[in-house]
Ligand binder design. Sequence first.
Ligand code: ADP
Length: 497
Amino acid sequence: MALAAETQSIVNQFEYTDDDVNKGVKEFLRQMAEGLEKDGTSLSQIPTYVTGVPNGTEKGLYMAVDLGGTNFRVCSVKLNGDGTFNITSDKVAVPKALMVAKTAEELFAFLALQIKKFLEKHHGDHFEAHIRRRMTVSSPEGYKDENVFRMGFTFSFPVQQMGINKGTLIRWTKGFDIQDAVGKDVCALLQQEIDKLHLPVKVAALVNDTVGTLMAHSYGAPGSHGAVLGAIFGTGTNGAYVEKLSNVKKPMVGEYDTSTGEMVINTEWGSFDNQLNVLPNTPWDVVLDKQSVNPGFQMYEKRVSGMFLGEILRLVILDLLKNPDVSFLKDDNSSTNDLRSTTDIAETSSIFQQWGVDSSILSVAAGDHTPALTLLRKGLDDNLQIHAAAYEDAQAIKSVADAIGRRAARLAAVAIAAIVLQTGKLNDPAHKDEPIDVGVDGSLVEHYPYFREMIHEALSIVDGIGKEGAKRIRIGLAEDGSGVGAALIALVAAGME
Ligand code: ADP
């Protein structure tokens, strides 16, 4: 079979039709409702104890720290009260030895020390004044200081949240393994070490990065009445949205402010439809899942997020290479190439290694409008050691990559559409014609060309949204969710003390 025909048949398998999108949205709404009723469902729908979003008028100086994986980031954020902010931040790599330390104390003492260094460097006056005041107070327990920094703690590991600044670690991921910390309240662990150093800092809020994105976008979106959704499309994908408190049927253990009638919910949508009721499932999705560390889990994430899109493309390329009936990346296609005389793939090419293809090559493919696909062919050469790919080969790779990217964007639209419908904002006469803001973050949505446009196109065909509804949905990049977003949650939490 000719390469073009085989490619077309693969592309067809990645097609996610308008009808599929609508079925997906209905199922997403069903699984959202299920998750609000009980635990242990596909969408976890975790209450975050954050009961409102900012509107841009918030003011003050707050701190934020972020332990996400390789780095620990410390920042202070000055909220100016007009939707703008100034941020000062330092970043330090977490020593490998501490990621697998014997005790939690070792890691958290290191984190507290970085906070101390940050305060000495950037807020010396504040720090000194606090130490002086503190020395004149006889009973530290009774000590209250308006100048104690309220801090938001972004902790990107699975936690069972028990309150706005309380949450126990369920398990470590991303190379961390300190058994001593599992089951403990991570905010308390950090506060203990901060207190040992007598720092003027209170861990006011435990922050999920999607909630940070939601808060940051609510603060910063011009003329906004607050965003309805914060979503991440990076290594993984997840979203947090504002739900009516009356819809949260399952019991909540911690205390919270009921006056707003709202609760921010962390959907954990990466695991949407693990049962595969509606998600597409090509042969390459099946292989990817089987070879993953968590088969059967995070099924939505495995079709949508940056960590997986490159791997899907890799599996298709391997199949094309193995197919005896098509000529793909073989010398006989090379006549039209202008890089070298013959195509060759290094034996060590990352195409032969699991996870060897980074999703950024999909962005290169999508953005390459040159007549000879020069950019993509250079990308294949530089990143995958596929030298001198012929135009026909590059065209095949581009078609498949575009199909994978387009499917991901349309699947992303499923989650966004369902949440917009769930909020009821489109039909609320009190908010007629107002924009509906969605804050997004992550390399995929930031760098993949036309990702947001493809989401919009899919939103416009959703029953109950339509062209007019889609026009009202503004998808904007949220600025620095783990910094300003975490600071804003610390502010909300401080108001509840
Ligand atoms: P994280 O989600 O870990 O905070 P990012 O938002 O930077 O970090 O996302 C990293 C993911 O995005 C990786 O999986 C990477 O493959 C993917 N990625 C990085 N650059 C691009 C790009 N230009 N186009 C598409 N995906 C990208």
